[in-house]
Design a protein around this ligand. Structure first.
Ligand code: NCD
Ligand code: ZN
Ligand code: ZN
Length: 381
């Protein structure tokens, strides 16, 4: 079979460690079909989905059903994350060994942060004994309180309840100590502050097995975006300051940040059009992440480094084989058009969330073709 690459640049398909695909139970926001088609259109060959669904993904049968359904669809490959604890909130650990057997990629508290340090310790010990990663949302809920945006100059000016950077740093510090105690692999999700990045850097220097990801929105947007009181920009953790965003970019350059992850968090338009206090947290971005970062930071990072943050970096976090293009093997690859500028057009999104903070922005780096397991999962018309 000969496939026309349309003159683009060939790279291993991107790997997403953090997406909310909303199945089961929240299909009005997204489902496997729309979410994995969106991922393929974004250049991704593999997606780790978060378990904060209804019901929570905390049992082997659900993990198996999700993987089987995704395989039938033929878009990006699905590797579901399972909840670390039953119902994702409680004291009782989920059956991690049987979840691993069923195909769970990692264990996480994302979306329903677990407060109990002892539960995290036990979870890390158990997951670690299975060779599995625990990824954590890493926000202290009591410090976060009812904050709807970053606590700082802008939140004070706007009179909106703030969520301080300290809520993240305090939790990251605690979790790194627990990882050090257990020796098990801890992954910090959607790290958003300079302070927390310093804590990860120090943890790594000490030899603690800690990794972290950052998201496109924390690199390209700040709390200034909330001045229009638009809940499109309401996300957890919140958009921070330019100082934080610049610091995260430095973290990409110096290797403290292991990988990029979108935290693609689709909600319905009606939900996101509510006022800031009522609307849910989350920004959808899986279809624009690569073009956005290539256009904004391609020059500073270089193509090789940027691609590594989208592929090899994520694989190393998970302990997966280095992504590559093996002759004779069915390929997971993406063909990228690095040069042609096209505006972000949410109406064309495969995701059910047809809105974007970057709508209308001219970006380069759009995928032309995505192959998953040697099969066409996306081809631009
Ligand atoms: C996520 C969601 O919508 O599920 N929202 C978000 O703002 N990030 C939950 C999460 O990632 O914690
Ligand atoms: Zn989260
Ligand atoms: Zn998330």
């Amino acid at each position: 079979q000969i496939i026309d690459g349309q003159g683009g640049t060939v790279a291993p398909a991107l790997i997403e460690l953090h997406a909310h695909l909303r199945e089961p139970g929240q299909e009005v926001k997204e489902d496997l079909e729309s979410g994995l088609a969106a991922a393929a259109a974004g250049g991704y060959g593999t997606v780790v989905s978060m378990p904060n669904t209804s019901p929570v993904v905390d049992d082997p049968a659900t993990v198996r059903a999700l993987i089987e359904k995704a395989n039938r669809l033929g878009f990006a490959r699905l590797r579901p994350a399972a909840a670390l604890t039953r119902g994702q909130l409680g004291e009782q650990l989920a059956e991690l060994a049987t979840l691993k057997e069923a195909g769970a990629a990692m264990f996480t508290d994302d979306g329903r942060t677990n407060e109990d340090a002892r539960v995290l310790r036990l979870g890390l010990e158990y997951a670690g004994s299975l060779g599995m990663v625990v990824s954590v949302h890493a926000e202290d809920a009591s410090l976060r309180q009812g904050g709807v945006m970053n606590e700082g100059v802008v939140s004070e000016e706007l009179g909106l309840p703030g969520n301080p950077g300290a809520a993240e740093a305090a939790r990251v510090a605690r979790d790194i100590e627990i990882a050090a105690l257990t020796g098990a692999r801890l992954h910090i999700q959607h790290l958003s502050t300079a302070r927390a990045l310093d804590l990860v850097r120090e943890g790594k220097r000490r030899g603690v097995p800690v990794t972290c990801e950052v998201c496109p929105h924390h690199l390209t947007l700040t709390d200034e975006a909330l001045r229009g009181f638009d809940a499109m920009y309401k996300v957890a953790p919140p958009l921070r300051t330019q100082v934080d965003a610049d610091y995260l970019l430095q973290g990409l350059l110096d290797g403290t940040v292991d990988c990029l992850a979108t935290d693609h968090a689709p909600h319905t338009r009606a939900e996101k059009e509510q006022d800031l206090l009522s609307a849910p947290f989350g920004i959808p971005s899986i279809e624009v992440a690569f073009p956005l970062l290539w256009t904004r930071f391609g020059e500073q990072l270089g193509l090789e480094k940027l691609l590594d943050l989208f592929t090899g970096g994520a694989a190393r976090v998970m302990g997966w084989p280095e992504p590559g293009l093996e002759p004779g093997q069915p390929a997971d690859l993406v063909v990228l058009d690095l040069n042609t500028e096209r505006p972000v057009d949410p109406a064309t999104f495969r995701s059910k969330a047809k809105f974007s903070p970057w709508a209308g922005q001219p970006l380069r780096g759009w995928p032309l073709l995505t192959l998953v397991n040697g099969q066409v999962a996306y081809q631009r018309q």
